[in-house]
Design a protein around this ligand. Sequence first.
Ligand code: ARG
Ligand code: ZN
Length: 423
Amino acid sequence: MRSATVVLCAAFALSALVGAEEYQASVYGMQGLKVSCDSEEKLNLVRSYENEPGFDFLRVARDNRVPVEVLVAPDQLQRFKRDLLANAIDFEVFVEDVSKVIDEELALQKRARMNRAGPRGSISLKAFPKYEEIVAYVDALAKSHSEIVEAFSIGKSFEGRDIVGVKISSGGAGSKPSLFIDAGIHAREWIAPSSAVYAIKQLVENATNHHIFDNIDIYVVPVLNPDGYSYTHKSTSTRMWRKTRSVHKSSSCIGVDANRNFEYEWMTVGASSSPCSDIYAGPKAFSEPETAALRDFILGLKSVKVYLTFHSYGQYLLHPWGFTTALPKNEPVLRCAAEKAEAELAKLRGTRYQIGSSTNVLYAAAGGSDDWVMGVAGAELAYTVELPGGIHGFAPPPKEIVPVGRETFEAIKVFASFVDNKV
Ligand code: ARG
Ligand code: ZN
């Protein structure tokens, strides 16, 4: 309690100094609302809240038959609900109190962590792994499977953490076409890093999967935003953090939405120039060490044929572009490969994904890694994979880790065979 007061005073003093608006949405009393708009006008009215502090749009589809899912801070709830009622817009409260859902998830997480001791050098996926555990696992794999695994760091995060990854390869001369996967660019989307780790585990520890990389190289960076990811592991009140943890001179608000920070149509749409916003694009493109590190690493490889970036949630397989409704020239190929991957994934337990361009099925948002990798770095195909989130969105219970990892791996195999010219 005492330290909270101190933090508050410090923030107040700072904002008084620089004159920046300071707003921290509280998860205590925050509600999740599903809002159904039966017309374009109603959808537009709801979307007019998108840039306001205290509103966190989890799911916005351009299609007004799909309900909008939004988290609303306690101090904004009354005003928002009043506006919805006044405009005859239907809504349903699907989370009564976000902090309660987070506490439930954290309790399960804690319990799962207690009984999950495994052999040294392995990683348990009974609970969501911490950043340090992922780093230790990657290092251990590089030692125990040195013929096929190389561990690397693409650079340091703002707070100085290594952004680690593995290259999974059968070796041989020359550079092979590659599949590149990253996860965890958004801190709170825990099912993304866990699915990336699951894939690494399957590819390396299960010998029947080794043929997948006979002719291709696979790179996986499981936690692209390690500062943010670590921050969300701290407490209930930090669990919903999305951005990086960088400090910028011009504001007392922390962090940048790394997925608005790539230099391709940067800041043209669906991004904010306000440092306190959850979709703050940063003071300039590639202002974040994390995005700059990814840029340099991918440009250095020159071999990435398919790029996948794991997010949650929504069950979407999104391809470029995220800044315009216009489609890339290779849209038929993007769609065809995604349809094959989706069909394989769905076979396991019927999970269905919607396929399409980010702008057309979700919303326009420029500066995403997928657009940059395809538009600038020259990958043939790039996708944002919005994994399932369970009923609670960002707080899926740990028992979802393996089933989601398993089905996602089915899709990964299809993209790997595309890299290998087999699709
Ligand atoms: N939910 C993701 C985000 O908001 C979607 C990104 C899709 N890609 C894009 N370039 N807009 O970052
Ligand atoms: Zn995300």
